[in-house]
Write a protein that binds this ligand. Structure first.
Ligand code: ATP
Length: 217
């Protein structure tokens, strides 16, 4: 579903991704871990077609939507209008399937996005991504700045979509514990290079990964 081969991305003379190869099969939920500046958002934005790679290939087998880092909502627009923008490219204007999925958004529909809590804003970004009825979703930092119980609520929606509708998910996270809870497989990116990959159960037992990403657990 998501097939990245030998991807190289540069900003001017600085290389942000060096020969990254990563795949996510249809219906899989896979994590991408890494510290600040590793290149995670660069990968997300390249998958979404916002960045043109210097080399390598990106193949997406279906419709892909992105929940971008920092949500990137229009704060002065209502929730309904932010959702409508998510359906613009695909021509899908009816928000009711998204309200069925995330009923809280129906209650918030007339509110300005900028006045909502961080968790509510992340839900709007989630709903906006789902407006295009995607086959695959790239989530750039679901948990960033959110309380654990708020993150857990959003994660539950994501898991339900994956299990019940077969939504393919690439979960980009600094919170390895959350990623390992939700995903079967993970990649670890550091300084633009993949340093390890494997089943989350195995990675959680790897002392290097545990030390760096699970607080030495
Ligand atoms: P974070 O979690 O902090 O967002 P990240 O893993 O998502 O980190 P990126 O944002 O992809 O990392 O950044 C990777 C590298 O590319 C960093 O060194 C960053 O400074 C650099 N970079 C990112 N965006 C740009 C840009 N628009 N112009 C120049 N350099 C950039």
């Amino acid at each position: 579903m998501i097939d990245v081969q030998d991807l190289v991305v540069s900003y001017g003379t600085a290389t942000a991704l060096e020969h990254v190869t990563l795949t996510v099969a249809a219906g899989e939920m896979v994590a991408l871990l890494g510290p600040n500046g590793a290149g995670k958002s660069t990968l997300a934005n390249t998958l979404a077609g916002l960045i043109t790679p210097a080399a390598g290939t990106v193949a997406i087998g279906g419709r892909l939507a992105l929940i971008p880092e920092g949500r990137q909502l229009f704060p002065d627009l209502t929730v309904a209008d932010n959702l409508a923008l998510g359906g613009w490219r695909s021509g899908r204007r009816d928000p009711s399937p998204v309200y069925d999925l995330l009923p809280r958004l129906a209650e918030l529909a007339g509110r300005r996005a900028g006045v909502l809590s961080g968790g509510e804003q992340q839900m709007v970004a989630f709903g906006r991504a789902m407006m295009s009825d995607p086959d695959a979703l790239v989530v750039d930092e679901l948990s960033l700045g959110l309380a654990p119980n708020v993150t857990a609520g959003l994660a539950a929606h994501l898991t339900e979509l994956n299990r019940e509708r077969g939504l393919t998910v690439l979960l980009i996270e600094q919170n390895a514990r959350l990623a390992f809870d939700l995903c079967h497989r993970a990649y670890v990116l550091e300084s633009g290079r993949l340093v390890t990959e494997g089943a989350c159960a195995d990675l959680a037992d790897d002392p290097r990964v545990a030390g760096a990403y699970l607080g030495g657990a």
